[in-house]
Design a protein around this ligand. Structure first.
Ligand code: WTA
Length: 573
């Protein structure tokens, strides 16, 4: 099994002094005492993230530092409190109640953050969606969640099949013109202006719903992963000990709130810890990112392997044009972080990149490299204090060091998902070994207790850190009039981790051609989303299938990678 030379230079300034000691002594009950609800019983995570600071000398500290190509705006904790209060009042006025689902489908903007916090403040459940989603992806999520209200923009509205969503009663448009506003449509700006900046917060139970993120598995449609207010304890503690938030920090998490990283660590963790949160809208480019780091004097930077690999590809010379000396701590999540990227980061930024592992379902970081410990490049690190991680075989036996198996977490922990929306069976699959959460990842542990990622056990594809379910893409592909059958796999890629490759057999009367490939690609891109569109397509006369008709992705993958195909006894002739 691979091992790497540990990097011993520690990162400066640690909230966590000794990992070993914390791992021995920590308990979650004690951590909760940082919050008043421990005594008052009045819980609301948005109150703890924003209003709590507005009641202290942090009131006038910048909470949100937003910028994109056209806007640059700052909001203090007090202003965030008022704006989110206004939005809470807007929702109450139109009749949204505790437990209702309110979805947000728009590009990053201050309005997105006001809406998200305001929704949580009235006890409703928020569902943020990537702006890149096309109609089918939007429909699936709004249909399944039965969202009653949607915050979006006039530009994105044509991807929302309003008439086919009976539960969806209210649409709040950001940046609308008067003639966009039919029945059931509201102007965000007008409603916000008319609303009071004072709000009667809905105090909820810690087990009440807060946020839902849809994510992909290997079969079926995307599933709604349901999180409760109690998750904030974990957001707070991991923020303190892993992201190492300290007074005066300027923090930038590059993830979009459509992805769990963009909420757990783009909203909750930083604000629960009272730090200034940089949000940058628009697309990735090395110059844009470096100038964002320089301009705002970012001290903590949380990003993903694909981005670091692209920055590495752009070369150290680009980095040298900018003053990045304020950066004190760098972290990465979402896909395997290559050891060479860690080494390159150390050379180029003079900082270690700290890999950490978690999932939409886990709600918060569970395994990490900590500023106060030696890191081994290529390893995800060690479990957070209060978390027990193990490698199990399929029967649930714990495996010794260096044996590969199921990466599993002892249940429960504070930010664990509480259900899969309307799908009890899917939820139960994660807990098929009593007392454990089975992640679907395979890994091994070394003798020092570091965990090393090996791959997914199912067919889920991880392209640039986005989880893509092959079934979703296949389903879209076969809607194309030329496609008879489709099988989709992840193909290793040096920058994106994996790319999506589709094997397609055509219907009679259609001939393979490059134009057809492009047409099919665009079809998925426009129907589902850009990140789900196959970058490679290969036509086949016939796809490998089981006798029961299931496409054997495993065989496709073996063909692609020139690997042994394994047991073919179930394959049809
Ligand atoms: C993968 C992301 C290797 C893994 C917060 C997991 C990783 C899936 C790492 C979750 C890592 C996440 N090293 N692989 N440090 N972190 N993954 O739900 O396969 O979008 O199961 O959440 O990403 O993806 P998700």
């Amino acid at each position: 099994m691979k091992q790497t030379e540990p990097i011993k230079v520690m990162t400066e300034g640690n909230n966590l002094k000794s990992y070993e000691e914390a791992y021995k002594n920590f308990n979650w009950d004690e951590a909760e005492k940082a919050f008043s609800w421990h005594e008052t019983g009045k819980v609301n995570a948005a109150y703890e993230a924003i209003d709590r600071h507005a009641e202290t000398q942090r009131r006038d500290q910048i909470a949100l530092l937003y910028s994109d190509a056209n806007r640059e705006e700052k909001y203090t904790f007090q202003q965030m409190k008022e704006q989110s209060n206004r939005f809470g009042n807007v929702l109450r006025k139109i009749g949204v109640k505790k437990g209702d689902r309110v979805f947000i489908f728009m590009p990053r903007s201050p309005e997105l953050y006001f809406s998200l916090l305001g929704t949580i403040k009235i006890g409703a459940i928020v569902g943020p969606l990537f702006e890149a989603f096309m109609e089918a992806a939007v429909r699936d999520r709004l249909e399944d969640s039965e969202a009653v209200a949607l915050v979006t923009t006039p530009q994105l509205l044509n991807r929302v099949p309003v008439d086919e969503l009976p539960a969806l009663k209210h649409i709040i448009l950001v940046g609308a013109e008067e003639n966009d506003l039919n029945d059931g449509f509201y102007s965000f700006e007008k409603e916000m202006e008319a609303a009071s900046p004072e709000l009667d917060i809905e105090w909820v139970d810690r087990e009440d719903g807060m946020i839902m993120h849809y994510t992909s598995g290997s079969t079926g449609k995307p599933k709604g992963v349901f999180h409760v207010h109690n998750a904030m304890i974990q957001h707070y503690m991991t923020g303190k000990w892993i992201l190492d938030f300290q007074h005066g920090d300027i923090y930038w998490c590059t993830a979009d709130p459509g992805w769990v990283t963009g909420t757990s660590y783009g909203i909750f963790a930083p604000w629960l810890n009272g730090v200034t949160n940089v949000i940058r809208g628009g697309r990735f480019s090395p110059e844009d990112w470096y100038s964002t780091l320089e301009k705002y004097g970012v001290t903590i930077w949380y990003s993903a392997p694909t981005a670091f690999r692209m920055l590495m590809g752009a070369g150290a010379d680009v980095a040298k044009k900018f003053d990045l000396s304020k950066i004190r701590h760098i972290l990465s999540v979402g896909e395997p972080l290559n050891p060479e990227v860690v080494r390159w980061g150390l050379e180029t930024y003079n900082r270690r990149i700290h890999d950490n592992w978690w999932m939409t379902e886990t709600g918060g970081i569970l395994i990490s490299n900590y500023p106060c410990m030696e890191i081994k490049p290529g390893s995800m690190g060690k479990p957070f204090p209060g978390i027990k991680a193990a490698i199990l075989d399929d029967e649930g036996n714990e495996l010794p060091p260096y044996q590969m198996g199921n990466l599993a977490i002892k249940t429960p922990w504070p930010s664990m998902m509480r259900k899969i929306w309307k799908n009890e069976a899917k939820y139960k699959e994660y807990f098929r070994i009593p007392g454990w959460y089975i992640s679907g990842d395979s890994a091994y542990r070394d003798e020092d207790g570091y965990f090393w990622f090996q791959g997914r056990i199912d067919d889920v594809i991880n392209t640039s850190g986005e989880r893509v379910g092959p079934f979703e893409v296949e389903s879209k592909l076969v809607e194309h009039p030329a496609v008879a059958e489709a099988g989709v796999i992840g193909k290793p890629d040096p920058v994106r981790g994996e790319i999506i490759k589709a094997f397609i057999s055509l219907r009679d009367g259609h001939e393979p051609s490059d134009e057809l490939k492009e047409q099919i690609r665009v079809f998925v891109k426009e129907g589902l989303s850009a990140h789900a569109a196959p970058r490679e397509i290969e036509f086949k006369d016939k796809l490998p299938k089981t006798r029961s008709g299931k496409i054997m992705r495993r065989v496709l993958k073996a063909w692609e990678l020139d690997l042994p195909t394994g047991d073919l006894s179930t394959m049809e002739d």
